[in-house]
Design a protein around this ligand. Structure first.
Ligand code: ACO
Length: 436
């Protein structure tokens, strides 16, 4: 369509200066154009047409979604329209999981049914414990988790039937239920401790803490403050729209395979230090600073470009990460129980100085979710290799909701980006004896 033909206000006029031709591209809701509309822009009739070049998808919307809304400029995060602060204050993790998966907050009856369903699917097949026992004593918890979750697909072959809503739902419940069990088993394996099996009368997080930390007693009841703190951390990590691991989940799922393997792929994407591994980096940084008196010199090295202040800055948030506010409050509550983590003083001082410095203010660098979460995990007794696992358990909800949304979206197909080929043009094959 040419400019003169269009005349609509919701359009973008483009002139191709190579040909002098004008094009009118429709602007859709959300200030987007269809990348496919660019294909009409071509020099010769036989050309492939224009594409958008966007390494790392920094400015490409891959989907329309109704799950999570982020406004990075204003520091807003909402699940299905509900502000994260309100959910963290008033809801339980499983209630939020239901909201994210189903789209609405549950009624009382729906919530008790959901809690019962999740609670009664927490056991794993005995052979999963055999699989776990095959790992070396020092195997990383995430490697064990990823393998076990992929392995679950072999126990539930019916999961392939992704077109059936009931089958999909059962796998979602299973995954949500079994992630803490497998996570706790990886921790016990590492410690050389016998596995503790799920207890149905405990809450989701209390059961997890029981499977992790019960030793030498027949009954273990975690401190309610720690149980609630973990529940809040799980709420904060439940979804974060189209990040690296969620995109991995959607891309793998787009080939229409079963969800266990796709989730194992999403977990692999999460494991990297630029994604789920940043809270560990914060902890190492605080330990290295060692004392509040060393904070000014550390800040000076950051300003000189020698270091990064880990736990600060975010690709999307250009204001305070709303999750960091909630976590900071939770940290203080946890430390009332566990005793004050001396690293907290360093973190608070770093934040105070950084927020007053032009270097950080002018670059919109504020604390992100990882700045305080590692301190809480450490105070609760988790080793650093469990940190990405603690991220993966709640994010399972987001991965599954996004996976199902992708499957039900009529506009989605198997994910398959294009490339701009920059290699050698066709050349003559050289036999091995004649190569230089
Ligand atoms: N410390 C010091 N300077 C920083 C930091 C930081 N943490 N983050 C960004 N900057 C500076 C950059 O040097 C750059 O400065 P310049 O314009 O003078 O060159 C400017 O701010 C913009 O930085 P980019 O790297 O372009 O921003 P980007 O959006 O690509 O990076 C990221 C975002 C990766 C999160 C970055 O802020 C960072 O490395 N932070 C520390 C690691 C971290 O905490 N990651 C966790 C993110 S939350 C999560 O994944 C759950």
């Amino acid at each position: 369509m040419t400019a003169s033909e269009a005349g609509s206000k919701n359009s973008l006029s483009v002139r191709d200066n190579r040909t002098g031709k004008d094009y009118e591209l429709e602007i859709l809701e959300g200030d987007v154009i269809r990348a496919g509309d660019l294909r009409q822009i071509r020099v010769n009739a036989g050309d492939f047409g224009m594409m958008a070049y966007d390494p790392a998808f920094t400015n490409t919307a891959s989907t329309r979604s109704t799950i999570t809304e982020i406004d990075g400029e204003k520091g807003i995060l909402r699940y299905r329209g509900y502000p994260i602060e309100e959910l963290a204050e008033k809801s339980s993790f499983l209630e939020v999981a239901y909201l994210i998966l189903k789209g609405e907050l549950p009624t009382k009856d729906a919530l008790s049914q959901f809690v019962e369903d999740v609670t009664t699917h927490t056991y794993v097949h005995q052979n999963i414990t055999k699989l776990l026992s095959a790992f070396r004593y020092d195997a990383h918890a995430m490697g064990m988790m990823i393998s076990s979750v992929a392995g679950l697909s072999t126990f539930y072959p019916e999961a392939k039937d992704i077109g059936d809503p009931r089958t999909r739902w059962i796998q979602m419940v299973r995954l949500l239920a079994k992630m803490p069990t497998i996570a706790a088993f990886t921790y016990r394996h590492h410690r050389g401790l016998p596995y503790v099996f799920p207890e149905n009368e405990l809450s989701y997080t209390a059961n997890f803490l029981n499977m992790l930390f019960r030793i030498g007693v027949t009954q273990f009841r975690p401190n309610p403050v720690l149980e609630r703190a973990l529940d809040i951390l799980f709420i904060l990590h439940a979804d974060h729209e189209q990040n690296c691991s969620t995109t991995a989940m959607r891309v793998i799922g787009s080939s229409r395979g079963e969800p266990y393997s796709a989730l194992a792929g999403a977990m692999s994407a999460l494991w990297g230090p630029l994604h789920g591994g940043a809270n560990e980096a914060v902890l190492r940084m605080l330990t290295e600073i060692g004392d509040v008196k060393n904070v000014p010199s550390f800040i000076a090295s950051v300003k000189a470009g020698e270091r990064r202040l880990m736990g600060f800055g975010h690709r999307v948030y250009k204001a305070y990460d709303p999750r960091a506010n909630v976590i900071k409050r939770t940290a203080h509550e946890v430390f009332q129980v566990t005793g004050r983590n001396p690293l907290l003083d360093i973190a608070v001082e770093l934040e105070k100085i950084a927020l007053g410095e032009d270097y950080f203010v002018s670059r919109n660098l504020y604390p992100n979710v990882d700045f305080y979460s590692g301190l809480i995990y450490e105070a609760m007794g988790f080793p650093v290799e469990m940190f990405p696992v603690l991220f993966a358990i709640p994010r399972t909800v987001g991965w599954l909701a996004q996976w199902e949304e992708m499957l039900l979206d009529k506009e989605q197909k198997i994910a398959r980006p294009r490339q701009v080929y920059r290699g050698s043009p066709q050349r003559a094959y050289v036999p091995i004896g004649k190569r230089g």
